[in-house]
Each structure stands twice: as structure tokens, then as C-alpha cells.
Design a protein around this ligand. Structure first.
Ligand code: HEC
Ligand code: HEC
Ligand code: HEC
Ligand code: HEC
Length: 387
């Protein structure tokens, strides 16, 4: 087994931010689980990334209190009061050395919250913030550690322009630094991302002035060579089981009870062979991108979306996440019905005319936005997709 920590040495454990997931309900559930587990590692400080406000300020406060997660930020403030939203810095003592740990993010990184009525924020210039804070911090500690949510280049630029940052842990990057990297007297560390790797650095510090004398870096991939912790493995399996149960429960809200088991959807490529002109026209409409739009929103596994953004989700032999994945998008048969009924009773056009409002029903649409979407009107809508 790969050894990451030495027994008997208590590390200073930090993260440079963006620990939360995307702005979807599913990712929020996953974030709940991951943060609960992350808390068991005993972090000393976590910098604030823009993603960490994806679920709003109240959620951030809630997880901090519930799990004791030590988020910190020196340059994010409430727009209305001007107050910092988090502790400005944290002082942590290890092996008799006092570390002053703080974090800044880049004002260019957009904070977008999915919480209704979230607070508004302002992000101050990192350079101005760091220049002002470092001298104050040095009075109270030996060694200054910046959790720099500025990416590689932003961090390098910053440490060239300010003095007194001993160590900068880089966040908002996809690059790990596998060996020592020193820029203008500041040691830069990075081990990213998605919890796939863990970084350890052994830092030799001068007890007189708190400055770093030497550093040794080790970045370890958390792959099969690292044994799973049995408690964490059990918790993860339990979580995945709950996710699957919830998915099945959600699917059950959209039972496959329409259509006929003896009929089959033939798929767009079948229709294309004879109706090439209609197919080419269809390709130009958003119906041909309806499932792709879910993917873009990372919602492609949500039954509550799939029901209108695929073909035959509630029909026998229609789209099915596991067994029939070819019926994505709003294909010909979403409107015209089973291909196996082709022209049998001459109802294909009539069925298509009646199909629209099963999906174009604003009352049933979680994606309805009244500022953007117009109420459905057959004539005007048909005109846009006519073939
Ligand atoms: C082997 C060729 C062929 C294939 C494959 C085919 N069609 Fe047709 N389709 C025809 C012909 C021929 C007609 C009758 C002539 C016409 O109206 O264009 C027709 C007519 C239609 C009509 C008009 C029906 C009416 O009552 O006026 C629709 C709708 C239709 N097809 C849809 C589909 C769909 C959807 C698929 C794929 C599941 C499909 N077709 C596959 C050849 C085909
Ligand atoms: C009841 C059917 C229905 C359900 C359920 C549904 N949609 Fe939609 N969706 C539509 C229709 C219809 C449109 C097109 C509306 C229009 O153009 O007038 C649309 C449009 C969209 C668009 C493109 C509109 C835009 O803003 O560009 C996206 C993205 C989208 N839906 C995502 C979702 C997601 C995510 C879910 C699940 C949370 C979902 N939809 C659930 C019917 C549905
Ligand atoms: C969004 C729903 C919808 C989709 C998707 C759709 N159609 Fe249609 N289609 C209709 C409607 C509605 C009509 C009938 C229009 C009318 O008769 O007023 C129609 C008419 C037709 C006709 C008969 C045209 C005529 O001149 O009589 C054919 C053929 C046809 N569609 C084939 C296809 C094929 C092939 C595809 C896929 C490439 C397709 N349709 C996709 C709704 C749809
Ligand atoms: C199976 C569900 C479903 C059915 C049935 C359906 N639509 Fe749609 N429609 C959608 C979705 C989903 C979108 C949005 C796709 C996107 O933007 O990603 C959409 C978008 C549209 C748009 C805007 C797209 C564009 O290209 O401008 C029009 C117009 C439209 N539909 C008309 C119709 C008409 C007319 C009918 C009936 C003949 C119909 N739809 C039937 C689901 C459906």
C-alpha cells in the first residue's frame, strides 16, 4: 500500500477551494455526502472557490456548522453590508510553528448560486487584499500560507508582485505540481482535482523567521494502489445504493404504461432512409438537440427531464437509460408514434398533430421560463418545424 502520511506527524491539511459540485439537485446530494466524508479528514483550512457558493451562502454556513468545515476567504464580501462572508484567515499551530492561512479568489470567476434569493457578493482585487493582509498576518504568525484560488498564472503573477507569502497552494487549476516549484521566494504547491490525487509536501522551516528553507513534494494518485478505507468504502457503497433507489423511485413517477408491447420504435435512421428531406429539415430544429440540451445541463439522468426530452420515455419499447439508449432527442416517432404502425391505419399525421401538448405543457415543465418561453400555439409552433 502507498503510504501518504507518516504516523506520528500531524500534517497541516488544506484545500484551495471548489470542493462543491455543479448546480443541480443531484450534484448537491453528492456534495452533501462528499462534504460529510471530507469533514472526517480534519481539514485545517479550506479556501473559498466560486463553486463553493453554487448552493448559496446559507448552505455554505450550514455545512461549515454541521461538519466543522473551516472555509476561509479574505476577499469575498456581501455586496450590501461590505462585510467579509467568512473568517479572513485562520491561525494554526503545528510543531511549534504558527501558520497564518488565508485565501483569495479571482473577481473574474463568476459566483452563480442556484439558491433562490441568495445574497449578492463583491470580490476585491486579490493583489490589494494580499498586500494589505500579509503584514498584519506576519505580526501574528511565523509562516504565511495562501490558498490561492487564482489558477496557475494568476498565482504566479500575484507572488511576483507581493512579498511575504511563504507557501501558496494553488486552486482553480487542472495542473498538479509533481516537483518543487518556487516563484519569487514563494513555494507553489498544487494537487488536483476531483479528489483523484493527494499532495504532500515536507517543508523545512527556519524557526527564526518562519521562512521556508527547503521543500519536498509528493503527489499520489488515489488509484487502486491505495487501499480503500473500509469505513469510507462502506459509506460510499451505502450512498450509491441510496442514489440508485432514489432514481428508481423517480422513474416510478413516470411509469411505462403507454403504447403497446407488440409495437417497436424503429429509430430516426430508419425513417431517414426514405424521408431524407424531412430528416434534413428535422436536423435543423431543436427537437434534434433536446437530449443534448439535457447533457449540457448535466441533467441527462433525471427522469423528470427525460420524459419530454427523449422519444417514448413512457411508452413500451421507448427510450430507456439502460437498454434502449438510441431513442434520445425528440425523434419522428415521438410525434408520429411507433414506426411499426407505419401507415397501417393512416393516423400518423393526426397522432403527430395531437402529440405537441404532451410536452409543450408549461404547467408540467420544470424548464419553463416565463421571460423566455411563449405559450404554446399550434399554428405558430408548427410553422417553425413544418415539413
Ligand atoms: C421504406 C421507406 C419508408 C420508411 C423506412 C419510412 N417511410 Fe414513412 N412513408 C413512406 C411512403 C412511401 C409513404 C407514403 C407516401 C407519402 O405520403 O409520402 C410514407 C408516409 C409517411 C407518413 C405520412 C402518413 C400519412 O398518413 O400521410 C408519415 C408521417 C411517415 N411516413 C413517417 C415515417 C416515420 C416516422 C418513419 C420512421 C419510423 C418512416 N415513415 C419510415 C416510406 C417510408
Ligand atoms: C413536460 C415536458 C418537459 C419536461 C418535463 C422538461 N422539459 Fe425541457 N423543454 C420542454 C419543451 C416543450 C421545451 C421547448 C419550449 C419552447 O421552445 O417553447 C423545453 C426546453 C428546454 C430547454 C431549452 C430551452 C432553453 O432555455 O434554451 C432546456 C435546456 C430544457 N428544456 C431542460 C430541461 C430540464 C433540465 C428538465 C428537467 C428538470 C426539463 N427540461 C424537463 C419540455 C419539457
Ligand atoms: C414535433 C413533432 C414531429 C416530429 C419530430 C416529426 N414530425 Fe412529421 N409531422 C408532424 C406533424 C404534426 C405532421 C402533420 C402536419 C399536418 O398534416 O398538418 C407531420 C407530417 C409528416 C409527414 C407527412 C407530410 C405530408 O406532406 O403529408 C411525413 C412524411 C412526416 N411528417 C415524416 C416525419 C419524419 C420522417 C420525421 C423525422 C425525421 C418527422 N416527421 C418528425 C410532426 C412531427
Ligand atoms: C416528446 C416531447 C415533445 C413533443 C411531442 C413535441 N415537442 Fe416540440 N419541443 C420539445 C422539446 C424538449 C423542445 C426543446 C428542445 C431544446 O431546445 O433543447 C421542443 C422545442 C420545440 C420548438 C422550438 C424549437 C425550434 O426549433 O424552434 C418548436 C417550434 C416545437 N417544439 C414545436 C412542436 C410542435 C408543433 C409539436 C407537435 C407537432 C411538438 N413540438 C411536439 C418536446 C416536444
Amino acid at each position: 500500500m502507498t503510504q501518504i502520511w507518516d504516523a506520528g506527524i500531524e500534517p497541516l491539511l488544506v484545500d484551495a477551494g471548489d470542493v462543491m459540485g455543479n448546480r443541480t439537485r443531484k450534484q448537491k446530494d453528492q456534495t452533501d455526502f462528499l462534504l460529510e466524508q471530507t469533514a472526517t479528514f480534519g481539514y485545517d483550512a479550506i479556501g473559498l472557490g466560486e463553486r463553493d457558493l453554487n448552493y448559496g451562502y446559507d448552505y455554505l454556513r450550514e455545512v461549515m456548522e454541521e461538519h466543522g468545515l473551516p472555509f476561509t476567504s479574505a476577499n469575498v464580501r456581501f455586496a450590501d453590508t461590505g462585510e467579509l462572508i467568512l473568517p479572513e484567515y485562520r491561525i494554526i499551530e503545528r510543531s511549534g510553528i504558527r501558520f497564518g492561512v488565508f485565501s483569495v479568489m479571482d473577481p473574474g470567476q463568476k459566483i452563480i448560486s442556484m439558491a433562490a434569493n441568495d445574497r449578492e457578493y463583491t470580490v476585491a482585487d486579490p493583489l490589494v487584499t494580499v498586500r494589505e493582509l500579509v503584514p498584519r498576518l506576519r505580526e501574528q504568525c511565523d509562516t504565511v500560507v495562501l490558498l490561492s484560488h487564482l489558477g496557475d498564472r494568476g498565482t504566479e503573477r500575484l507572488v511576483r508582485d507581493v512579498q511575504g507569502v511563504d507557501v501558496a497552494v494553488v486552486g482553480h487549476t487542472f495542473r498538479s505540481y509533481n516537483r518543487e516549484k518556487i516563484v519569487a521566494d514563494t513555494v507553489l504547491l498544487s494537487a488536483v482535482y476531483d479528489g483523484r490525487v493527494i499532495g504532500r509536501s515536507d517543508v523545512n522551516i527556519n524557526r527564526e523567521d518562519g521562512r521556508v528553507m527547503s521543500v519536498q513534494v509528493q503527489v499520489t494518485s488515489l488509484d487502486d494502489s491505495v487501499d480503500d478505507d473500509p469505513t469510507m468504502l462502506a459509506a460510499t457503497e451505502d450512498f450509491l445504493r441510496r442514489v440508485e433507489e432514489e432514481r428508481l423511485a423517480q422513474r416510478a413517477a413516470f411509469p411505462r404504461d403507454l403504447g403497446d408491447e407488440s409495437e417497436t420504435f424503429l429509430g430516426i435512421h430508419n425513417c431517414k432512409a426514405c424521408h431524407t428531406g424531412v430528416y434534413n429539415q428535422w436536423r435543423k430544429t431543436d427537437h434534434s438537440r433536446a437530449y443534448t440540451a439535457l447533457r449540457a445541463a448535466n441533467m441527462q439522468t433525471e427522469p423528470e427531464c427525460l420524459v419530454c426530452h427523449t422519444t417514448g420515455y413512457r411508452h413500451h419499447n421507448g427510450f430507456d437509460e439502460e437498454h434502449n439508449t438510441s431513442m434520445t432527442q425528440v425523434q419522428c416517432e415521438a410525434c408520429h408514434g411507433y414506426g411499426t404502425q407505419h401507415n397501417r391505419d393512416g393516423r400518423m399525421n393526426e397522432m403527430a398533430r395531437e402529440s405537441c401538448t404532451t410536452c409543450h405543457d408549461n404547467a408540467k415543465r420544470p424548464c419553463f421560463d416565463e421571460t423566455e418561453d411563449t405559450p404554446f400555439d399550434y399554428a405558430t409552433y408548427w410553422e417553425k418545424i413544418a415539413h
